[in-house]
Design a protein around this ligand. Sequence first.
Ligand code: PGA
Length: 251
Amino acid sequence: MRKKIVAGNWKMNNTFQEAEELISVIAEDLDEKDIKCEVIICPPSIYLEMASDYGEESVLSISAQNVSGYDDGAYTGEISASMLEAMGINYSIVGHSERRKYFNETNDQLAKKVDRLLDNNMKPIFCIGEQLEERESGKQFEIVEDQLDKALFHLNKDEFSNVILAYEPVWAIGTGVVATPEQAQEMHGFIRGLLIKKYGNDVANETTILYGGSCNAKNAATLFANEDVDGGLIGGASLKSEDFVKIIESF
Ligand code: PGA
């Protein structure tokens, strides 16, 4: 059975005090509940140490939002996978559409980030998804296939089995326009089909594919009810503990 996951991507939000309050409330709340999925918190990197302390004492796992494509060395401002791994961080988001858009990250660079994570026994939460114009012109499947092909399909079966995917249609991120459950299932099913072709049934059926983009406490259950939707990567709604916990309870 593949893992169900709900991950909260905090992006560049919250002061240290607000971040600590948020994670402590979530950890305490979940402590009393019987949760049916893994819960991952992705805080800004400056809060990773604080968050991993909470992670050690709760059910929460902690993820970085980004990682360098370089090994350690003279790369001012970068954070390496080996640094994250040494802090006990097991995951990093890679290829979020905001990184692709505002920081011009290319599929080739993203492939290197994935490699650095895997070299350091970490798991990428790899984001793929089409823009609005691409969906409107019917190119969404082609775009997603190209992203997978260029950034991930150099991996062998063993390596790929450490990857978590997040389908995030760019037009749904932060817009309040969520994909319909049918649109989400259609794309997730398509992605799993590609994985079957490339890596075979076993790997494909074990790969967690999250949905992200305006997923909230109201719509999570209908999205997660789809066969190939294995949870969510949550932005805005992960900043409110009550909403985030409701999403986690949607399984
Ligand atoms: P959103 O963001 O839930 O605020 O739409 C999702 C994401 O960017 O991961």
